[in-house]
Design a binder for this molecule. Structure first.
Ligand SMILES: [Zn+2]
Length: 488
């Protein structure tokens, strides 16, 4: 979906008229405040602005366009938004109108969209790419201030929500079911939890700023990913916090680890390090090892530096807790952590202990009750399917670059279009029972047993021996495994 936002009164009507011919929707808004409110509200109801390029025509000048683009990159990083001032040159306007249909087509196709995110190396593309996002990284000395128009938004009023007691009930159980929650609920769950943990650690942000942080974080996760999205981030934060309840009570450590958990997959492209490395993505050249985890850590550190700097540079002991634990979620390090659990009678090294907690939370899907576990299994199956399609797509054109000028190759009708038609269906299917999901996707049981046998069982057996109060995790794994074995 490509939207043309017209903000304020535009005197050159030929600008909006010609752009309207290449956008699916045309929305008139009185001012920039209304635009930002609209973008946040759209995200909450699943209008992601990731499946097309959305244009924002405004009455300002070129410098204001540049400033607006920079605000989009900082506060809505994964959206495809482009600012256009009404004085735009006729030639650039013609170029936009010519190129936009191909760019929209690329955004709508989930495989070509992922290929662009991962392998495009230009940093000025209208369509999001990891390279574009990494280009915004700055040193910690340069803190980005919040534009007054964003600071003034009443974020709480954008959220439909119940009383906080309901959210605490949801958060406080291992039966946490994020698939039954609206995006609005997810933001509020994260808000009530982080507000309390921050108060316990005496590192509060004003409510407005904490909500801005969470809305920015939501817009830094790809909504169009099946599994690695904001829902997974909130789920891992909830699991981390519940595990801390047994293992780690020091308020500052609990806060930092819970914050690390909600940011641990920021900017995740829904694929994996193997695919990034195999086809030489720019981000893989940059980091060499633990590619995604290093990227998540750097992007999240910048967001915290801009919006919650008090969390960085705490005491010597906790200084790198957020970065270290995010990097520990690389599954290539899994065996190393199992060894640490086996070798140490007692885990008293803080870095190891916090890394083990976030790792446990990150792979906790298999430790949830069957119905919830099956929902996650279904979603990761869909995401793996996208990865296979992407690998096929890249293998077939490995010698070609993703850096064609904005538009050329996308006009090629022979390029395969994998479409995204399953999305509405995907969402409805999450509500199916485990039996119904297996009937539709017979590969789920095999995938779950492989994951449990290869990774989860050995890790949680050792983990629960160290922390016997958590034995219910192993009990859930055993009973889920029994169910999956019965479906082979
Ligand atoms: Zn994760």
């Amino acid at each position: 979906m490509s939207t043309l936002f017209v903000v304020g009164k535009i005197n050159r009507t030929e600008v909006t008229q010609s752009l309207a011919t290449v956008c699916d929707h045309h929305i008139q808004l009185p001012d920039l405040a209304a635009l930002f409110i609209r973008l946040y509200s759209d995200r909450l109801v699943g209008r992601s602005h990731e499946e097309g390029v959305s244009l924002v025509v405004h009455p300002g000048n070129a410098a204001e366009s540049a400033e607006l683009d920079s605000t989009f990159r900082a506060f809505f990083p994964v959206l495809n938004l482009v600012a256009i001032d009404q004085h735009v040159a006729a030639e650039r306007l013609r170029e936009l109108v010519t190129q936009l249909p191909a760019q929209n087509k690329r955004c709508r196709d989930r495989v070509r969209r992922m290929a662009h995110w991962m392998y495009h190396s230009g940093c000025s593309s209208r369509v999001y790419s990891i390279a574009r996002q990494l280009h915004t990284l700055r040193g910690t000395a340069q803190r980005r201030t919040v534009p007054p128009v964003l600071a003034a938004i009443d974020f709480a009023s954008l959220l439909t929500r119940c009383d906080d007691a309901r959210y605490w009930r949801l958060l406080s159980t291992w039966n946490f079911e994020p698939h039954t929650l609206l995006r609005s609920d997810l933001v509020w769950c994260a808000f009530v939890l982080l507000r309390k943990l921050a108060a316990d650690a005496h590192l509060q942000l004003p409510d407005q700023r904490l909500l801005l942080f969470l809305f920015t974080l939501e817009a830094s996760y790809h909504q169009v990913n099946k599994f690695h999205n904001f829902r997974h981030a909130v789920d891992v934060m909830q699991a981390t916090w519940r595990l801390c309840d047994t293992i780690l009570q020091q308020p500052l450590q609990v806060l930092l680890l819970s914050v690390a958990a909600i940011g641990h997959d920021i900017g995740h492209p829904g694929s994996n390090n193997m695919l990034l490395t195999k086809f030489r993505a720019p981000v893989a050249m940059r980091y060499q090892e633990s590619v995604l985890e290093n990227m998540h850590s750097d992007l999240f550190r910048q967001l915290l530096n801009d919006q919650w700097p008090q969390l960085l540079g705490q005491s010597h002991n906790t200084n790198n807790l957020i970065s270290d634990t995010i990097k520990a979620t690389d599954m290539a390090l899994h065996a190393e952590y199992v060894d640490k659990l086996r070798e140490n009678r007692k885990i008293d090294n803080l870095k190891t202990l916090t890394s083990l907690i976030i790792k446990a939370a990150d792979i906790s899907n298999v430790t949830r009750p069957l119905k919830i576990s099956a929902q996650w299994a279904y979603l990761i199956t869909l995401e793996f399917r996208d990865c296979s399609l992407l690998e096929e797509y890249k293998s077939a054109r490995d010698d070609e670059s993703e850096n064609e000028s904005e538009g050329n190759s996308d006009d090629d009708e022979s390029a395969r279009d994998s479409g995204d038609g399953a999305r509405v269906e995907d969402i409805l299917e999450v509500a199916l029972s485990p039996e119904e999901l297996v009937k539709k996707y017979p590969c789920i049981p095999g995938g779950q047993i492989f994951f449990i046998d290869t990774f989860a069982e050995q890790f949680f057996e050792e983990f629960c021996q160290k922390f016997p109060e958590l034995n219910f995790l192993m009990e859930n794994i055993r009973s889920n495994k029994k169910f999956w074995l019965g479906k082979l």
